[in-house]
Write a protein that binds this ligand. Structure first.
Ligand SMILES: [Fe+2]
Length: 322
């Protein structure tokens, strides 16, 4: 265990050092602070021609396929928990960039496959993760791999969108901001999302203050009046890319129609007690909903489905590199 932790520490420190020296293939892209101003001090390595259409408020990492020698020492869940426990709590440009490098590293297909195998092979760990994982009201499975007792701590989760969706689900607006900033890597499928800005013009929505209650697993929505939102951009991100999203950014994920989408999310320290939810369908009163956690078998089935998708991705990238 001590040996594995040491190896992971080396790995993380190596990624951070390379990111700082500009030798890691990180493309920070545009990172915005809470006022919408771009943060300075970050290197931009791609040319205009290489830039993808995406123009959101996220930092983006280049597609990085794993070198095979990384298979030798993949981190366990305990190793990752230890690493998360030492991450800085600030939102400096350096922390944002370093955490992006970290999630890009953890999300390499061979590491994900190894991690999924370890979880599936341990009934106790499987049960523990199932007991804190549930189908989110925004129509994805939230699988909490590593939790923190402290709101100041980091958390590692899988978010799994699995079509088909009903017409009602596809009609849901599910526009929201967050209580936490986060770093996310697309493990499978494609993540399509839209970013919004609140202001004087745009479509009128009902705004709710959303507070999930961890202990009772009940979500409370407090009606806060109407708000106008304007869509500012649409992004499409492929498996193998990573991005950063600050908690204040209002967005929604567009539900996939055909193929599963899965992201690995490094959630930062809690920045505020509530997030905002915008829609036209909830009543103009306070409301609430409850989460049901998964059984061990339900979770195992989801992890196996994910494993299959990631394995296909790994074999196709290996074939391309051969
Ligand atoms: Fe979100």
């Amino acid at each position: 265990m001590a040996e594995r932790a040491e190896s992971l520490a080396d790995l993380v420190s190596d990624f951070h050092r390379k990111a700082r020296e500009g030798r890691r293939s990180i493309v920070p892209g545009r990172i915005f602070d809470s006022t919408g101003q771009a943060l300075g001090g970050l290197r931009r390595q791609e040319t205009d021609d290489q830039r993808r259409p995406y123009s959101g408020c996220a930092a983006e990492a280049e597609r990085t396929e794993p070198p095979m020698h990384d298979v030798a020492n993949p981190p366990s869940l305990d190793d990752l928990g230890e690493t998360l426990g030492h991450l800085p709590a600030d939102r400096s440009a350096e922390t944002i960039s370093d955490n992006l490098a970290l999630i890009s590293s953890i999300s390499q297909p061979n590491r994900v496959l190894n991690l999924l195998d370890r979880i599936l092979g341990d009934e106790v760990v499987l049960g523990l993760i199932a007991s804190r994982s549930y189908h989110h009201v925004n129509h994805f499975d939230k699988i909490v791999l590593i939790d923190s007792d402290s709101p100041a701590g980091y958390r590692l989760t899988l978010h799994l969108w699995r079509p088909p969706y009903t017409a009602d689900e596809l009609d849901d607006e599910i526009i929201h901001s967050h209580r936490f900033s986060f770093w996310s890597a697309i493990l499978a499928g494609e993540l399509q999302s839209e970013n919004f800005q609140a202001g004087e013009d745009g479509t009128i929505f009902r705004r709710y203050s959303y507070v999930p209650e961890k202990r009772t697993k009940v979500n409370f929505y407090e009606f806060r009046g109407e708000a106008r939102l304007r869509r500012i951009d649409v992004s499409v991100q492929a498996a193998g890319t990573s991005y950063y999203l600050p908690y204040e950014q209002i967005h929604r994920v567009l539900l996939p129609h055909r193929t599963m989408t899965c992201t690995l999310v490094l959630r930062g320290p809690r920045a505020r007690n509530h997030s905002d939810v915008y829609n036209t369908s909830y009543p103009e009163t306070d409301t609430q909903s409850a989460n049901r956690t998964f059984s061990r078998d339900e979770l195992a089935e989801k992890l196996r489905a994910l494993k299959q998708m990631v394995a296909v991705r790994l074999s196709s990238s290996t074939a391309l590199g051969a």
